[in-house]
Every structure is written in structure tokens, then in C-alpha cells.
Ligand binder design. Structure first.
Ligand SMILES: *Cc1c(COP(=O)(O)O)cnc(C)c1O
Length: 229
């Protein structure tokens, strides 16, 4: 599996999807999802131009962190246990998976302790699948209002994971729905949050996500090949 070639192909496909939607390809950030991928192959992706990496497990992230060049941005994309916040609070550039108030409270406390404001995305469970975490859309605005006291947590946008499907068209409505919520919340103009990033789209469906407005896509297998662990 040629990582360098895969990165090039992914960037081309992103550019094509952006053009179809009359958007600028450079407005779309690729997060290379590096779960189960060893550092040497992550470095191949970085050498091919990747500047953002995403891990979904704290332990794996912490193990690899010191070997990744400092200028590469680190994203945490998986469900975050409250008791693990302390291991990542000074290392992560963007958390995609804020899904409950107790996590916001812990992030706020730990971010305050290290003197930073931690940027986060709210994970929304648009499809309401029982196996997925995330806030339901009906609860989103009330959740946002409850985040107001947490001055060391800054919401920067929304994230979702679409249902698993071999047909990307089947998930288009979920992406369109998250974009609607994103625009609506942006219009509300809450002073304590920014609606800047819309993180949606993975290997199976990133082109559809871009057509529907994603500006962060999280791509693992299309860059590193299938995961067998
Ligand atoms: C694994 C993972 C991805 C990447 O999935 P691929 O199908 O390999 O592109 C994206 N987002 C999250 C939250 C993930 O856990």
C-alpha cells in the first residue's frame, strides 16, 4: 500500500468534490486517521503533505505523540473518557467528540489548570443509532447553552459519524441535516461558541460529505489501507 500515492489520490478526490460543490479545495482540511497505523507509515503520510492526524484512543495517541513532528496538528476523534482527559489536555489541537456535560466540565477544569482554552467540536448523533455517541439534534441548543460557564472550553463546530453504508448516497441526508443545524446555530450567534468547522465524511463517504458542506474530513483507510486489528 503506497501511502504517498494514496494521499495524492485523496487530495485529488477532495478537489473534485469541492469543485462539484463550487467550493475551494483549500477550505477543506484532511485529518489522516492514524488508529492502528505505526509511526513510520504516519511519517510517510506527513512527507506526502498531511498536516493533521486523528486518533480515537487516548493510550495510542499518547504513545505516538512524541514521535510526530510538532507542526502536525493532533485531533482526538473518538469517544473520550473523562478520566483520560488529563493525559491529552496539553497535547491535542482539536477534540471532535464532546458529547456530554460531564466531559465539558472535566475539560474545563483540566484546561484551566494548564492555562489553555481547549477547542472542541460537539458530536451530534444525527442518525440516532443506539451504538453511536453524540447529542441528539433536539438537545443541541440546550446543550450549547449549558456550556456557557466553561470558559476554558471553546466550541468550534460540529462533528458527526454517518451510519455505515456501502452506498454513500444513503448517508447524504445525514450530512445535509448536520449542515442545516450548523447554519442554524451559526445564525443564532451565540457569543460563547464559534461555528467554524463541520467535521463529517470518512473513507466511504467523504466526497458526499464535502458536497454537503464538510470542511474537515477524517480519512483512514483510503490513505493507509484496510485495518486488520
Ligand atoms: C476510524 C475513524 C475514521 C476513519 O474511518 P475510515 O473509514 O478508515 O476512513 C473517522 N472518524 C472516526 C471517528 C473514526 O473512528
Amino acid at each position: 500500500m503506497d501511502v504517498q500515492y494514496n494521499v495524492k489520490r485523496v487530495l485529488e478526490r477532495i478537489a473534485e468534490a469541492a469543485h462539484r460543490a463550487n467550493r475551494a479545495p483549500e477550505d477543506i482540511t484532511v485529518v489522516a486517521v492514524t488508529k492502528t497505523v505505526e509511526v513510520s507509515r504516519i511519517m510517510e503520510a506527513i512527507n506526502a503533505g498531511i498536516r493533521h492526524i486523528g486518533e480515537n484512543r487516548v493510550q495510542e495517541f499518547v504513545k505516538k505523540h512524541e514521535f510526530i513532528p510538532a507542526e502536525v496538528k493532533r485531533h482526538l476523534i473518538g469517544t473520550l473518557q473523562t478520566n483520560k482527559v488529563k493525559y491529552i489536555i496539553d497535547k491535542i489541537d482539536l477534540i471532535h467528540s464532546l458529547d456530554r456535560l460531564s466531559l465539558a466540565r472535566e475539560l474545563d477544569k483540566r484546561a484551566a489548570a494548564v492555562g489553555r482554552v481547549i477547542p472542541v467540536l460537539i458530536q451530534v448523533n444525527v442518525s440516532k443509532e443506539a451504538t453511536k455517541s453524540g447529542i441528539f439534534e433536539e438537545e443541541l441548543e440546550s446543550f450549547i447553552e449549558q456550556l456557557e460557564p466553561f470558559k476554558h472550553v471553546r466550541v468550534k463546530g460540529l462533528m458527526t459519524i454517518a451510519p455505515l453504508s456501502s452506498n454513500p448516497e444513503a448517508v447524504r441526508p445525514y450530512f445535509a441535516r448536520l449542515k442545516e443545524l450548523f447554519d442554524r446555530i451559526k445564525e443564532r450567534g451565540y457569543p460563547h461558541i464559534d461555528m467554524e468547522y463541520l467535521s463529517m465524511g470518512m473513507t466511504n463517504d467523504f466526497e458526499v460529505a464535502i458536497e454537503e458542506g464538510a470542511n474537515i474530513v477524517r480519512i483512514g483507510r483510503a490513505i493507509f489501507g484496510e485495518r486488520y486489528v
